[in-house]
Design a protein around this ligand. Structure first.
Ligand code: ATP
Length: 252
């Protein structure tokens, strides 16, 4: 089944498209089998959130866009789930904020690195970093900490969607401003982030691009004001409240 064969009026259309993309990603060597498990965990939280962008997540996406526009060297990290789910959307975000795209995998293999880079090129990316692997994030074992020296290692602001907790903590400890997209407000990665966006990458990435386009002409002072008024604790607390109160859609 392709995306277009799923009837758009199906009550779980967005969720079925997401599942299908992840499945296709595994078949094409882009997404790992662990990525399937991560997807399952994400779906459960998305269901509890009502499969919608909370107003607090929208505020976070705007703060993230302001950080990216104000950055000297922003980098968007792409893993196997992100490449399978939102390839066009990460390319568009990178163009809107003039960021690098860097393939960065928890389970790094040359085949998967290349498959993801090729996939991003096929979706319009000009340059894709990550394959050189001549830099490192200190505090992590070699395979987990390998990055590009002129990519994530040199970045001031990094977007790490669906990042694992250890790596998110290591990036924070070397002073990177971290934007994490994750559906679980209790996960370590969003709790470590300067800007946690508790939303599905499928909604959050295009939403960040929309905000970035709206803020394209904002002054450095205006961007700074948006950055400083953002409260990560309040965002996490609001998502947790929404989950506990149950905003789920109730459809199967
Ligand atoms: P941590 O080490 O940070 O505590 P974890 O063990 O909770 O992480 P993993 O299982 O390593 O998390 O990774 C899956 C994470 O990715 C989950 O927190 C899940 O909610 C999130 N996730 C999965 N799919 C999506 C998606 N489409 N959009 C946003 N987040 C997602």
């Amino acid at each position: 089944m392709t995306d277009t064969e799923i009837p758009e009026d199906h009550p779980r259309y967005a969720s079925l498209v997401t599942r299908h993309r992840i499945e296709a990603g595994v078949e094409r060597g882009i997404t790992s089998k662990q990525g399937l498990i991560a997807q399952g965990r994400g779906e459960a939280f998305d269901y509890l959130l009502g499969e919608r962008t909370l107003p607090s997540a929208d505020v976070a996406a705007r703060a993230a866009a302001a950080h990216l526009l104000a950055a000297d060297h922003p980098v968007i990290s792409v893993n196997g789930n992100v490449a399978a789910l939102v390839p066009d959307e990460v390319v568009a975000l990178a163009a809107a904020v003039d960021a690098d795209l860097e393939v960065n995998l928890f389970n790094r293999t040359p085949e998967r690195m290349e498959a993801i880079a090729d996939h991003l090129h096929a979706h319009g990316a000009r340059e894709v970093k990550g394959l050189t692997g001549d830099g490192e994030i200190p505090g992590l074992e070699h395979a987990r900490g390998t990055v590009d020296a002129d990519g994530i290692e040199a970045a001031d602001v990094v977007v790490v969607p669906l990042e694992d907790g250890d790596r998110a903590e290591a990036l924070a400890s070397i002073g990177k401003t971290e934007i994490v997209i994750d559906l679980n407000p209790g996960s370590r990665s969003p709790r470590t982030a300067d800007v946690p966006i508790i939303d599905n990458v499928a909604r959050a990435v295009p939403n960040m691009t929309t905000h970035a386009r709206e803020l394209a002409d904002a002054s450095p002072e205006d961007l700074q004001a948006i950055i400083e008024s953002f409260d990560p604790e309040a965002t996490l607390a609001d998502a947790e409240r929404a989950i506990r109160e149950g905003g789920f859609s109730g459809e199967d």
